[in-house]
Ligand binder design. Sequence first.
Ligand code: PAF
Length: 316
Amino acid sequence: MQLIERVAELSAALQAERDAGRRVGLVPTMGALHAGHQSLVERAAAECDVVAVTVFVNPLQFDEIGDLAAYPRTLAADVALAAAAGASIVFAPPVVEMYPGHPAPPATTVHVAGLTDRLEGASRPGHFDGVATVVTKLLVMAGPCRAYFGEKDFQQLGVVRQLVRDLCLPVEVVGCATVREPDGLALSSRNSRLSPDERRAATVLHRALQAGAATVGAGERQAGEVRAAMASALGREPLVAVDYAEVVDPRSLEPVDEIVGEVRLVLAAAVGPVRLIDNLAAGRPTVDDGFAGRPTADGAPAGRAGVDADAERIGV
Ligand code: PAF
């Protein structure tokens, strides 16, 4: 396992791999790795010859300073998990390596218009500029590769696909299914900050998504009824403060009124002090709409993401 802190060293190491004819897989993370990250690394290792995991708590994407300070940092354990899952490089740069002027904001940032106006973008101003900026930098540093992102951050996955397409980055974006606890809670580094009562309450997020998807599966075509089913489930849990529970088009992330084809049920809620997000596909995808499995961002052929998305679709 190589632990790299310098950008030039990462770029040179991955270029050497490509020069030797090896396919590079990249798994960008903010550390505090869990079984969800592990599944990304394992998939990257299955599909690529060499896997690099990046571990960088990106200050640019935190809209609340307290949230940044509280974000778990567990580098030694992250390196061990990444190695066990099949990575051979961990890139864990200090903040000034990524942002040389830090704490001054970088002069150049990346803004993905449209997709970032809604949902998380509306609730967390500046968040997606931070994500888009750091992901762009990491992808440029890594060079041609396959990059693996989880579907739990569904809007982020769309933003990454969009920026890769718009900036013509030589990257194939692979979306991977959300990994869940047996009780349905989506794995997240933030879960470690939940108290036992909050942890129990947090399971309502997945139950609400399932209630919404079951409503779609029963034939409901009015998105308002599906929203109401999710809101009703969430309303039964007093420790949960809902930010949004929406039915959106899976590509534009615009709210829909009438359900025709596939939709994405998305929600965000504070459980005690911890903000959690989750999502689920529902409805029937239109024939070969190229969405679920597509890494259209780069024009590369569809990977296994569609299969994974299907694994989480309810109500078809
Ligand atoms: O999903 C994350 O962990 C982060 O948003 C990412 C993509 C690593 C960018 O910091």
